[in-house]
Design a protein around this ligand. Structure first.
Ligand SMILES: [Zn+2]
Length: 519
């Protein structure tokens, strides 16, 4: 209860490679069940006062469901491959794929002859993309966020923020950031985009800010512009506590200080740009958070009363997890509040910093439940320290399937803009998939506003353009890994993905005459 405040002390950042002196890797309690027979158990309640057993169990069930869906692909292909020349194979195979995997493949794409056998590698990659799309459709399965009485969106507004815009790294290990790591409900997230190294585009972020503010002025959504709330820009970098030199952020050379400093500079640029364009009163609040991809614990760099963020000043949820383990739930929450206030040298009832302190405490409390869930599931840090992503998503973001290491998400408006991000993703997945004889599945996704006339067609055109650009840039060059690219569109409001056929491309004038696998 009276333990010293676990702040990264001044200077500790550089000397200890960003770690507080006492290593904040979450301690492993003996009561945790261990991994048995290579299969991780679902969440087992362990008694931490801030554990959220129901939510953690729902998240674990969802994770298992996702793993099972992808694991089912290979056995289907193993049974189909030797039968491909049998009469009537294409229809039967399509039916089997639909019944076992729940995804549709046109029979025409499964027709094989002795001199043109099925491209099983392309089919496998395509089924990975379609399985991902099927999981996206099941948005109802997304587990609930932590709520205590009042809806979180209302509490967040009461504490002074009308929307949270999250920018993070494209690294797939952050794929569960919203549901698992931060456990924030979609209702408070007005934007979420990933870029290699979390290096978001300031101009694009300003446009998103303006869109939200326009909604407040014109429609009073999410709250009227007359209410004195602020836009909160949350920047999330990542690091590896177990292998900081190799498993940190690839875009920043696995250097956590560099990753944090670059993101903080960009957050400052964004806030300053908004203030210059729209006046000081509109200046967004900014917050910097680091995620340890080995344990899912976070560092919250609590801004001081002037809003300043210090790379060396942060609260670690791993330390708070240990410090609050023996307390009651209320006492644990109180201890978090006390430490957040102490970290910036203000009283726990300081009115000027109340909103931001509450938000920091909210993130830390939520995340302690995730730290506990990872411990309970694996008996320690994640067994897969590095990259295990199954696909790359290019273009627009897709957040409906929240799971660590599911997809490398490289968001961009054009390949020219995001070529570097995409190259990182293809390299990372290729290093694992190519030796196994597999192709890197790439989903080009463009979203459109459902209510706008012609928007779906325009999105389809953009998606096809981007697909062709990805293929031109990354297909068949020397030792590069093989890729399979498919394009899809989706309404921004949600719903299913619509895959675009390559025939449409040909009709629009693509001169590509070769047989294009099973695309
Ligand atoms: Zn990264």
């Amino acid at each position: 209860m009276t333990a010293p405040i676990p702040l990264g002390r001044p200077g500790a950042f550089g000397r200890s490679r960003f770690r507080p002196a006492s290593r904040p890797v979450a301690p492993v309690a003996p009561r945790i069940r261990s991994v048995a027979n290579g299969r991780a158990p679902l969440f087992a309640p362990s008694g931490h006062p801030l554990a959220e057993p129901a939510i953690s169990a729902a998240l674990a069930r969802r994770a298992e469901e996702i793993d099972r869906a992808f694991a089912a692909i290979e056995p289907v292909l193993v049974t189909l491959a030797p039968r491909q020349f049998e009469p009537g194979f294409a229809e039967r195979a399509a039916a089997e794929i639909a019944s076992v995997l729940g995804v549709g493949v046109e029979p025409a794409r499964l027709e094989a002859t002795w001199n043109r056998p099925l491209d099983m590698v392309a089919l496998q990659a395509s089924l990975v993309l379609r399985t991902f799309a099927r999981l996206v459709e099941r948005t109802a399965a997304r587990p609930p966020a932590v709520e205590e009485g009042e809806p979180v969106a209302e509490v967040v507004r009461r504490f002074g923020f009308h929307g949270v815009d999250v920018s993070t790294c494209a690294d797939g290990r952050l794929g569960g950031l919203l549901d698992h790591v931060l456990r924030v409900p979609p209702a408070i997230v007005v934007a979420r985009k990933s870029f290699a190294g979390a290096m978001f585009d300031v101009e694009e972020a300003i446009a998103r800010f303006e869109r939200v503010e326009l909604g407040r002025w014109r429609e009073g959504r999410p709250n009227p512009a007359s209410e004195p709330t602020r836009y909160l820009k949350l920047g999330v970098y990542h690091f590896s506590s177990l292998d900081p030199q190799h498993e940190g952020c690839a875009a920043h050379g696995s250097d956590e200080r560099r990753a944090a400093a670059a993101l903080l500079a960009r957050l400052h640029d964004f806030a300053e740009a908004v203030a210059r364009r729209h006046g000081e009163a509109t200046r967004p609040a900014i917050l910097l958070v680091g995620v340890d991809t080995d344990t899912d614990s976070i560092r919250v760099h609590v801004p001081d009363p002037a809003g300043e963020i210090d790379l060396d000043r942060y609260l670690s949820s791993a330390e708070l997890h240990a410090a609050t383990r023996e307390l009651s739930r209320e006492a644990a929450k109180e201890e978090i509040r006390r430490r957040v206030a102490a970290s910036i040298g203000v009283a726990p009832d300081d009115p000027a910093t109340e909103g931001m302190r509450w938000f920091c405490g909210y993130l830390l409390k939520n995340n302690i439940a995730q730290v506990e869930a990872v411990l309970a599931r694996f008996g320690g840090p994640y067994p897969d320290r590095g990259h295990e992503e199954r696909l790359v998503v290019v273009g627009d973001p897709i957040d409906d399937v929240q799971l660590r290491n599911l997809a490398f998400q490289a968001q961009m408006r054009s390949i020219e803009e995001g070529e570097g991000d995409l190259a990182v993703g293809i390299r990372i997945l290729g290093e694992r998939l190519a030796p196994a004889g597999l192709a890197v599945p790439i989903l080009v996704l463009r979203t459109f506003e459902g209510g706008l006339p012609g928007a779906a067609d325009r999105a389809a055109e953009r998606a096809q353009l981007m697909r062709r650009a990805v293929e031109r840039r990354f297909s068949g060059t020397g030792s590069a890994p093989r890729i399979l690219v498919e394009a899809a569109i989706r309404a921004a409001e949600g719903g299913s993905l619509r895959f675009l056929s390559r025939d449409v491309v040909r009709a629009n004038g693509c001169s590509c005459a070769q047989r294009e696998g099973i695309g």
